[in-house]
Design a binder for this molecule. Structure first.
Ligand code: GLU
Length: 322
């Protein structure tokens, strides 16, 4: 098996949990498959904690994630990284975008943006409003924005017209018009910290990530990240967005719905190999009642994973206890 990607870089995947709650079956399904994708081709697999949300990120959730992932038989290559300690890198990228005239200060609040739109767009965090470009061209700098309005400004990326095209290993060719869907998006918050879209792009590039395997809720965000990569002169990784696990009413599992948290399964005496086997079967891999992730590596191919809704319904906890 080759451990190099098509352009000769070492195959490098990553797991990127946000330590804002306990991991549930949906998260670890993505992580097991991301692990298999990299390890089945002798690739590296990195672990990064996306802890930019200082209010919601908690060290105890990061500790729980480390324990839960190890319990499931997953491993990763050192060092573990934390987004909260990469601010210098983000500042360099923001300066590059600013110097190229590709971002601008914006003093609109979330509420201002919501009020300005008729039809919100379904994006990463639920319904996302389309930003109508209110502050485009208004302020020459963050300082000027503050002086003129008395408000701290965020920075928005100036989205070009037209479609972004990329291939997804699960969903096939994608064509997304970012200007039409969300419009100019935030790359730095009012307090100066990097926003998710920018941080992910900078981190993946710095770590040499060649493949991003994550939940389908981020498929739309990928087009924004593609634009940032192009502007910053960074390589595009391969993408695979895995179908989200849904509850029996068709809603995605939430971090708050604790019954299928890995912690709860462990406490109920669940065998980790049952969880892994359930994950494998849920994406059409033929395995028995129990297995470890390493037993899935031979012939593993993400492109064969079906994005069919009926495969994506979460089981009851009792089904995992055996
Ligand atoms: N930390 C993000 C999440 O938990 C994933 C980021 C990414 O994969 O790009 O939703």
């Amino acid at each position: 098996m080759s451990s190099q990607s098509a352009d000769g870089a070492p195959i490098t995947g990553r797991l990127a949990p946000s330590p804002t709650g306990l991991l549930h079956l949906g998260h670890v399904r993505t992580f097991v498959l991301a692990w298999c994708s990299a390890r089945s081709r002798a690739g590296r697999l990195l672990l990064r904690f996306d802890d930019l949300d200082a209010q919601r990120s908690k060290p105890e959730f990061a500790d729980a994630a480390l324990e839960d992932l190890a319990w499931l038989g997953l491993d990763w290559d050192e060092p573990i990284t934390w987004q909260s300690s990469q601010q210098d890198r983000y500042a360099v990228a923001l300066q590059q975008l600013t110097d190229m005239g590709l971002c601008y200060p914006c003093v609109c609040s979330r509420l201002d943006v919501q009020d300005a739109v008729a039809a919100p767009h379904q994006g990463q965090e639920g319904l996302e409003p389309h930003y109508p470009g209110t502050c485009r061209g208004l302020f020459a700098s963050l300082e000027e924005a503050r002086r003129k309005t008395g408000k701290a400004a965020s920075l928005r990326y100036r989205v070009p017209e037209g479609f972004v095209e990329f291939d997804d290993r699960v969903w096939g060719p994608q064509r997304i018009d970012v200007a039409q869907s969300v419009g100019d998006f935030v790359v730095a918050r009012r307090d100066g910290t990097a926003a998710y879209q920018l941080a992910v792009v900078v981190d993946d590039a710095a770590a040499g990530v060649t493949e991003v395997v994550r939940g389908a809720d981020l498929l739309e965000s990928t087009a924004r990240q593609w634009l940032l990569q192009r502007s910053l002169g960074l390589a595009h990784p391969n993408w695979a967005h895995l179908p989200l696990l849904l509850d029996d009413q068709g809603r995605r599992l939430a971090k708050r719905s604790d019954s299928l948290s890995i912690r709860a399964l462990r406490q109920a005496g669940c065998d980790p190999q049952r969880v892994v086997a359930w994950i494998a079967r849920s994406v059409g891999l033929g395995v028995g009642d129990k297995c470890w992730p390493r037993e899935l590596l031979s012939g593993f191919d993400l492109a064969k994973i079906a994005a069919e809704p009926e495969r994506n319904t979460a089981p009851k906890m009792t089904a995992l206890l055996g």
